[in-house]
Design a protein around this ligand. Sequence first.
Ligand code: NI
Length: 172
Amino acid sequence: MTIRPLVIIPDSKLRLISEPVKEITSEIRQLADDMLETMYDAPGVGLAAIQIGIPVRMVTMDVSKSEDERQPMVLINPEILWTSEEKRIYEEGCLSIPEYYEEVERPDRVRFRYMDLQGETVEQDADGLLATCVQHEIDHLNGVLFIDYLSKLKRDRVMTKFKKAARREAGA
Ligand code: NI
């Protein structure tokens, strides 16, 4: 397992639409391992493959919030099947937008479908943090970031901050 470097805004890779996984190969299993390792190291509760620069429809998550009882999930080609009318506000962050947190309103409950690493199709209902997380991560596969749900003013402010930081890094 390898910890891979994270892709940070304003990197345009984060706006790519990721491609479906066609077959679960050893490369895909390796990618899942690396994504989990990178996510736990960060630490974060979710990671999409594009966040380590690979534009395929894969997500890792662990919302257990416990170091002792890890509950890693690997979602291949995940999709949202249903969302509740009721909304919920949760303070979100993103490993591609370090140390920035804002409240985002999303459907409170979702039903989603994905393929696991054994190639089995799984359908699952979620609420709470898992519901928020799965929506946030599937957004990444479609080039959408949580800051897209904020006001233009807030989004511009955070983009400007990270563009300046990227320029500083490039100039250093
Ligand atoms: Ni994210």
